[in-house]
Structure formats: structure tokens, C-alpha cells
Ligand binder design. Structure first.
Ligand code: FAD
Length: 358
């Protein structure tokens, strides 16, 4: 059991950030920039949360977030500031449409212009982490209890109990409401709102197939497709900047897919790719499946009936018990669901902590 002093020195606020996704690390870097001493507690053994990239054939494959868009100033300015190489989503060629019979469309109405971070979306979050003092982030620390009283907060994991002035809960609100014990409990309106908030993409499966070459491009296909047959509903080219690694990804709602059978999901994905793109698609060099609905630290078990109507709700912008602040993309008033919203939510929470400290 470790314990930090509530104030490391006079006038210097201490804050704990729960969750090392884009929202939590945006909050943590802003708090450090404002002179706060910060500890970040992350449940997983990696940072990034729903920004999760893996390296395959020397290139990045995104198993979570992929794109950012021209109207998203925070991501664009962060990418520029951190000098992260980017490239444009491949759009050229025709898209496919499958409603029982595969049709080739004239052009690509499926994809919108978008930009990718060359080293993967997770590298954006890692670049934020690199700006924090050594030892700020503790991995493998699932927070189970947050106690708030007049003196401050205590944030507890199985191995830590950290006292601080403020805590930023940068965990999707419905997951926090389900998995963190708040003492005293969250006010009724906050709990109800959190519980009926959906985790963005939390009910989705993303699968990626990697090939020796982007063979579909040689046939004038963009790699984009829409299927009304399923289980995968949309497909996009996911190749690297120069076409390597060559890859296509798909999204499927997790409902109806076997929950703990990634091999079965991968096989269903390959079958659909073959139906759409022909025999060349049947044997990718690798298939990766990310079932976000089965991720303990993304999707709550009680996700039924939750929606997006509460995104950016006012209750997420009021400190709970004057010391608990929400981040996470679902709490953002703008671009909720996207990385842009996550960054904005972290900056807003950090500003609220700094304001309270003054
Ligand atoms: C398949 C998929 C595709 C997507 N595509 C895009 C896209 O193309 N563009 C885009 O802008 N966005 C996209 N998104 C959304 C984007 O990934 C999210 O908006 C963003 O990553 C959310 O960041 P966050 O910090 O709010 O939450 P998260 O990334 O979920 O971070 C929350 C963190 O809290 C941790 N945590 C949870 N519980 C606890 C606990 N009890 N104690 C400690 N830590 C805890 C988690 O492990 C996680 O690291 C996509 C998401 C998915 C899943």
C-alpha cells in the first residue's frame, strides 16, 4: 500500500487521473503544464485505451481508432505540435455493395476524406505520455474505490491508496458507474445519466486482414464496401502509407457474434472478404480481431439500452462532491465519440481542476 501526501508542497494541487486513454492523458499533460503533481492509474498493462495499434510487417495496424478529420482542431494541432507523420486515407477506386448480390458501385461513396497517423492512433496517446514526468503513469492499476470528503479524495486500486485534492475519472461514465465504488455514491442524476450513456464503439468488433499486396487496388477497387448481409457491415482499406502493410478492416456489431471465439469471428470475416473481393481475399497472411464488447476495461456488462443522447450531458461538467471530474470522449460537448472529443474532455477536466485549486 502506497500513499502520497495530499499536497506535495504548499499551494501545489495533487490530482489523480483514472485511465490512460486519450482523455486521461490530455488531462494529465494539461495538469502537469499547470503545475499540478499528477498520478495516472491505468487498469490495463498498456496505455491508449480505445486507441490501440499493433505493428505488423513494419507498419501500424489500428485495432481501435483509425482516423481524424479536417474539422478536428485538437487532434490536428497535437499531431502538428508532436510532429507525428500522417497520411491520407486511401479513397481511390470503386466501392462494393452487398445486399445478397455483390454490386460494384461507380466510385467510392463509402469513405470520406480522413487522415491517419502513420505510426497508428495509439502513437498519439503515447506521445502525450512521453510529455509526463517519469513514473507518472502506473499500469495494471484498476481503480475500484474513490472516496471523497471535505479533505480530498482517496483513490484505491488493489495495490495503491492515493490521497489527492482532485480525481479525474477518464473512464467511460457507464463503466465507471458500474465498476468503481464511489463513497459517497454518485448523486442520483449523475448515476442515472452515466448508466444510460453508451460507450462509443463499445459494442463493436473490428477485424483486420493483412495481405502481401493491396490486390484490390490493381482491379480499380478502393477496398471500401457496405454489406447488408453481415455480420461485418462496412469495410475500408487499412493499408499503410505506401500500400504496405496491405490491409482491409471491417466493423461488425458484436451482437450475434460468438463472444469468446475470435477464431470463429476471423473466419466469418474472411468468408465475407472473399464474397466481396474474390478468391485473392481468402488467404490473408494474418487476421486480427478486436472484440471491444468483451473488453473488461471498455464495455460495461450492463450496456443494454444505453444510447448516445447523453453525450456531453451537463452533469458530466459539474464536479461530483466538488472533487471528482469527468473526462472520456462520451462526456465531451463536441466531437463526442471521437479522439477529438476525448482530448477536449481531458482539457476541460484539467481546467476545472485548476480552477478549483485556485
Ligand atoms: C473500433 C473503434 C474504432 C474507432 N475509430 C475511431 C476513429 O477512426 N476516429 C476517432 O476519432 N475515434 C475512433 N474511435 C473512438 C476513439 O477510440 C475514442 O474516442 C477514444 O480513444 C476514447 O478515449 P478516452 O480516453 O475517452 O477513453 P478510452 O480510450 O476508453 O480510455 C479509458 C481508459 O481507462 C482505463 N480504465 C477503465 N476502467 C478503469 C479503472 N477502473 N481503473 C483504471 N483505468 C481504467 C481503460 O483501460 C482505458 O485505458 C474508435 C473506437 C473504436 C473502439
Amino acid at each position: 500500500m502506497t500513499s502520497n501526501a495530499r499536497r506535495s508542497r504548499a499551494g501545489r494541487s495533487e490530482a489523480v487521473v483514472v485511465g490512460a486513454g486519450a482523455g486521461g492523458l490530455a488531462a494529465a499533460t494539461a495538469l502537469v503544464d499547470a503545475g499540478c503533481a499528477v498520478t495516472v492509474l491505468e487498469a490495463r498493462d498498456r496505455i491508449g485505451g480505445r486507441a490501440h495499434s499493433v505493428t505488423i510487417d513494419g507498419g501500424a495496424i489500428d485495432l481501435g481508432a483509425t482516423w481524424f478529420w479536417a474539422n478536428e482542431p485538437l487532434v490536428a494541432s497535437l499531431v502538428g505540435h508532436l510532429e507525428l507523420p500522417t497520411f491520407e486515407q486511401h479513397l481511390v477506386g470503386d466501392a462494393l455493395f452487398d445486399a445478397g448480390v455483390v454490386q460494384r458501385l461507380d466510385g467510392n461513396p463509402v469513405d470520406a476524406p480522413a487522415t491517419r497517423v502513420a505510426a497508428g492512433a495509439q502513437s498519439l496517446v503515447e506521445a502525450l505520455a512521453d510529455r509526463l514526468p517519469d513514473g507518472t503513469i502506473r499500469l495494471g492499476r484498476p481503480v475500484h474505490t474513490i472516496v471523497a470528503d471535505a479533505d480530498g479524495v482517496r483513490v484505491c486500486t488493489p495495490t495503491d491508496e492515493i490521497a489527492a485534492d482532485h480525481v479525474v475519472v477518464a473512464v467511460p461514465p457507464p463503466l465507471a458507474a458500474e465498476s468503481i465504488h464511489f463513497v459517497p455514491d454518485l448523486p442520483g442524476d449523475v448515476r442515472r445519466t452515466a448508466e444510460r450513456t453508451a460507450v462509443w464503439m463499445g459494442g463493436m468488433v473490428k477485424a483486420v486482414a493483412v495481405y502481401d499486396a493491396p490486390f484490390w487496388r490493381d482491379r480499380g477497387l478502393s477496398g471500401a464496401a457496405i454489406s447488408h448481409v453481415g455480420p461485418f457491415r462496412e469495410f475500408h482499406d487499412h493499408s499503410g502509407p505506401d500500400g504496405r502493410p496491405a490491409a482491409i478492416f471491417g466493423f461488425a456489431p458484436a451482437v450475434g457474434l460468438p463472444v469468446h471465439d475470435d477464431d470463429g469471428i476471423a473466419a466469418a470475416f474472411r468468408t465475407q472478404l472473399t464474397t466481396l473481393f474474390g478468391r485473392d481475399a481468402a488467404h490473408p497472411t494474418m487476421t486480427r480481431v478486436a472484440n471491444w464488447s468483451a473488453e473488461q476495461y471498455t464495455q460495461p456488462t450492463a450496456a443494454v439500452g444505453a444510447g448516445t443522447g447523453t453525450y456531453g450531458h451537463a452533469v458530466f461538467h459539474r464536479p461530483v462532491h466538488e472533487r471528482i471530474h469527468w473526462a472520456s470522449t462520451e462526456t465531451a460537448p463536441a466531437f463526442a465519440g471521437h479522439l477529438e472529443g476525448a482530448l477536449g474532455s481531458g482539457l476541460r477536466a484539467a481546467a476545472a481542476v485548476a480552477e478549483s485549486a485556485r
